[in-house]
Design a binder for this molecule. Structure first.
Ligand code: SAH
Length: 361
């Protein structure tokens, strides 16, 4: 029921022979008052509440664990989905407001070489309700208003396109949490048809592209998706997105020691980004136990950033959050599955493979 739009809820009520405004009341309970169940919906008759309880699913994620950073207030949440899978989200308090990083899938099938979340493959897509409830639960648990949402946790959002879109509409709806689309970022590894389709949706969200390499050859080695969509096609789609929406693209670039961190790489990156006019986020790689990637030293990072700037491109070095709490995504989830394989439908699989905690984002 949490995945339905207001209109869908209204017609659902009409179908049941109820007044359509019941749909509005329910919508408000779900998306504004963040109710935990139908039982709380006190302006509906007891009869109706009982019927709804019986006939519809009401998705409410269970908080399994919360890790709070003493350094910067970052909180990592581990949630259990109704069918037992676990996912992870992060709350990051910034001066300008509270930002939540959510997962769009349980697992991921994109196979980026440096990423921990893809190691067990894709478990399943998250429904709009399951994406929303990560934000709702965090807002309730922290007692603070969430102002920014980034879809940069586990999963590839454009590999779950329809659900993503419903989620974006519900999240930014005035009758719900009303999070400004300008404060929502969708990050993709570069699924070209998805980028082009998204450009048509008349959304004001920020699109982030995980680039990570300045040439097709290097990118192919790091990101299998590059075998399907050539770097040039990705950049064309970005230019199209910018033309259509007027929204500047953010390019994500994980710095991998000795692999994509040279001054030539910086120059090549600047040359790619310049015509599109985007912004570059530099993220020193979070080493993943199963992979050999290492962070470049501070000097290399500074030189890379300076080179970009000399070439006319602004690069922001992503501030590390929650250093003391396995701050990177994927780690808490993996540790949980390893420690308590019986608690996760796919925990055993990962456990048997002997995977240790990895991290990302
Ligand atoms: N699938 C989407 C969103 C999830 S990943 C995407 O690819 O954009 C969010 C970001 O974290 C991406 O830029 C991803 O490439 C990056 N990332 C993944 N693993 C990382 C790691 N170990 N260190 C640094 N960044 C990582």
């Amino acid at each position: 029921m949490k995945s339905l739009t207001r209109e869908e809820l209204r017609s659902e009520m009409a179908k049941r022979g109820e007044k359509t405004f019941r749909g509005d009341q329910i919508y408000e309970w779900i998306h504004k008052k963040l109710a935990e169940s139908f039982t709380q919906m006190s302006n509906l008759s007891r009869d109706l509440r009982e019927q709804l309880e019986e006939e519809y699913e009401y998705v409410s994620l269970e908080i399994v664990e919360v890790q709070r950073s003493k350094l910067d207030g970052t909180c990592k949440y581990l949630f259990r989905l109704p069918d037992g899978y676990v996912i992870e989200s992060v709350l990051m308090p910034y001066h300008h407001g509270n930002s939540v990083c959510i997962s769009s899938q349980a697992g991921c099938r994109m196979g980026c070489r440096f990423c921990a979340s893809t190691i067990g493959g894709l478990e399943r897509n998250l429904r709009p309700s399951e994406m929303l409830d990560q934000v709702y639960q965090i807002q309730k648990d922290s007692g603070e208003r969430v102002s920014n949402v980034v879809i940069m946790g586990t999963g590839e959002p454009l590999d779950n396109y329809t659900n993503l879109l419903t989620f974006l509409h519900l999240l930014s709806d005035e009758g719900g949490l009303n999070i400004s689309q300008r404060n929502i970022t969708v990050s993709t590894c570069g699924i070209v048809p998805g980028i082009r389709q998204l450009a048509e949706e008349k959304l004001q969200i920020t699109l982030a592209i995980s680039l990570h390499a300045p040439t097709q050859e290097k990118r192919q080695k790091l990101m299998p998706v590059a075998n399907k969509y050539h770097l040039e096609e990705v950049l064309d789609a970005c230019a199209y997105y910018f033309r259509k929406t007027g929204r500047r693209i953010t390019f994500e670039y994980s710095l991998l020691g000795g692999i994509n961190d040279s001054l030539e790489d910086a120059e090549a990156l600047a040359a790619l980004v310049k015509p599109i006019g985007g912004h570059v986020n530099l993220i020193p790689v979070n080493p993943v136990t199963e992979r050999d990637f290492v962070r470049p030293g501070k000097k290399v990072i500074d030189n890379f950033k300076n080179k970009l700037e000399n070439c006319g491109i602004n690069g922001t070095l992503r501030r590390e959050m929650g250093r003391d709490i396995d701050g990177a995504c994927g780690q808490l989830r993996k540790r949980y599955m390893k420690d308590r394989p019986e608690n996760s439908p796919f925990g055993h699989k990962n456990y048997a493979r002997g995977e240790k905690g990895g991290d990302k984002c």
